[in-house]
Design a protein. Structure first.
Lengths: 185, 121
């Protein structure tokens, strides 16, 4: 699984080496780093092991072809979108109608986060504490146990009456709701 | 910590991450380690989706083999042209031909000497 002699080279550097001479070997080393994640994403959408394996191979092919045509800044986000779009297209061919995401848009750099001063950070923490109180009981409990008490999903499930999937769902929804509340403040 | 250093460290850790993910899926991690993986998942949509999908594989032990297979196919696909270039390079090396010719001459001389020896005896 490992290409250990290239472990120290970043994704960006591997991409730059590829763009310098369009040598696909650099792409191979880069794509190998994401095989497991791509397999997982494909399995999530396609729900079939053989189809997921096939999808990963198709994604590799597509990535190699597309990278010869245009430059990509954030490879991880881009390859994720390639995989999702490929899976969504497969599902659409089966009769479902999901929405595709434009991969070229995703290849552009994301907006950089603004740097906050210490005072701004303190205010944000206060706002976060207020926002936490506005969540429903389940989400508040799960978010607190996960982020503040650093419990695992299993530990939270054992401690509460929730199933493992419910714990995960409460944390994800809680996090999303916190973000919405924080944007309103 | 500079962005370059972060980048280096994140890539040094990539293979450890994959091993850790496999251990997480096989429930071999401690609660604290599992929490760390889950925290990463909560902040990384790609990883979150991937773990959700990987959990549906019937035999998690076969995952490593499957990944090896995919990587092996990928390598064949991306290294093809380079191997051909290497073969061509080898043929262009003059020492290769000199050695080959020398060996052939030695074989011929050896054959002639042995034949003469046999005729004399």
């Amino acid at each position: 699984m490992k290409n250990s002699k290239y472990q120290h080279i970043s994704d960006t550097e591997l991409l730059n080496r590829f763009y310098a001479k369009h040598d696909n070997e650099w792409l191979g080393i880069l794509l190998e780093r994401y095989t497991m994640l791509l397999l997982g994403v494909s399995m999530k959408y396609l729900k079939n092991e053989e189809e997921a394996k096939d999808a990963v191979q198709q994604v590799f092919l597509k990535a190699i072809n597309e990278l010869h045509k245009y430059k990509v800044e954030y490879f991880k986000s881009w390859i994720y979108m390639i995989a999702k779009n490929h899976c969504l297209m497969k599902l659409r061919d089966k009769g479902k109608h999901p929405v595709e995401i434009n991969e070229r848009v995703m290849s552009a750099p994301a907006e950089p986060e603004e740097k906050n001063s210490v005072l701004e950070k303190e205010k944000k923490l206060d706002d976060l504490a207020m926002a936490l109180l506005q969540l429903n009981r389940e989400q508040q409990l799960c978010v607190t146990l996960f982020y503040l008490e650093k419990k695992s999903y299993q530990e939270i499930a054992d401690q509460t009456t929730f199933e493992l999937m419910q714990v995960k769902s409460h944390i994800q929804n809680g996090k999303r709701n916190l973000k919405i509340i924080m944007e309103r403040i | 910590m500079s962005d370059d250093l972060k980048n280096i460290l994140s890539n040094l850790n990539k293979d450890i991450e994959q091993e850790k993910l496999l251990d997480y899926l096989n429930k071999k991690l401690s609660a604290a380690e599992a929490h760390e993986v889950e925290k990463q998942m909560a902040d990384d949509e790609f990883m979150n989706d991937a773990v959700e999908g990987l959990e549906h594989f019937k035999n998690k032990k076969d995952l490593s083999l499957l990944i090896e297979q995919l990587n092996s196919d990928l390598k064949k696909q991306t290294e093809k042209k380079k191997k051909k270039k290497e073969k061509r390079k080898l043929k262009d090396q003059p020492w290769f031909y000199i050695t080959l010719i020398t060996l052939l001459l030695l074989v011929i001389i050896g054959f002639v000497l042995i034949k003469k020896h046999l005729e004399n005896s």
